[in-house]
Design a protein around this ligand. Sequence first.
Ligand code: NAP
Ligand code: DDD
Length: 275
Amino acid sequence: MSTKVAIVTGSNKGIGLAIVRALCKQFQGDVFVTARDSGRGQAAVESLVSEGLNPMFQQLDINDLNSITAAANFFKQKYGGVDVLINNAGIAFKVADTAPFAVQAEVTLKTNFFATRDMLTHFLPIIKPGGRVVNVSSSVGSRALNLCSPALQERFRSKDLTEEELLGLMQRFVQETKDGKHKEGGWPETAYGVSKTGLTVLSMILARRLSKERPNDQILLNACCPGWVRTDMAGPKATKSPDEGAVTPVYLALLPQGATEPHGRFVSEKQVQPW
Ligand code: NAP
Ligand code: DDD
């Protein structure tokens, strides 16, 4: 049997690094730190090596399609595909940031929604049977859903929403922030929240597609919230350590072979949450 492989995006620091640490201890196979900056990625590998762990490194900038396709080709060639993919990379403007809301919307959705979707487009075809895909979303996305207009909430909860319609809705949000019309359009005042609403809904759509198109492959794909975690993103007042924040993503990454659920769900504290 070929060596199994797990990869974590944005894992040079924060929750991603803690996920790699936990996988190095619990996953039977090779575990990759990936980072957009090779120097920061190699430094993260060295820090884990100093803890007695043995991760590997692959450059991966999710905002760069060439980087995504090069990484996907590497894992296809070296391992015949990927067993565990954790889409963790993400950005957030600080609450106090004075950048115009339209800029925050465009920049935040570019990474958290559109680039993560590019990752899924290029990596889902190489996820091996029995594979696990985890998208690190946020409860902030669930709160944003509840602040959307009833019409938008209906679409985001609908089981017939397509990936194309979702892309159109996310593009509409960005455009309406530029036109100063997002409130009228039914959107809440949180770019990060909308980006994570989109990521959670995308996870549900892609899970349904996997069940339909690869019914025998037993791949499980879920979105999750790690909790409020002390990282550069959330700051020092957050309640969880990065290792504690890694618990739910790692639980979903290591769902035992033969499990059929959760799949296409939003999970927090290892529990499926209502959507
Ligand atoms: P963080 O400490 O800021 O780490 C974010 C990671 O993502 C960094 O490694 C960063 O790399 C990487 N990244 C950003 N853009 C990237 C790109 N284009 N390509 C590759 N990597 C990229 O944040 P965190 O708190 O660990 O967040 C990790 C995930 O958890 C995010 O998706 C976040 O939204 C989610 N989350 C966090 C919390 C929380 O309380 N912390 C709560 C809910 C959800 P660089 O070092 O190069 O910038
Ligand atoms: O997803 C999250 O829960 C993180 C951590 C909690 C937090 O402080 N924020 C949301 N996340 C990203 S950091 C930015 C703040 C925040 O509330 N930003 C404003 C917003 O609208 O999301």
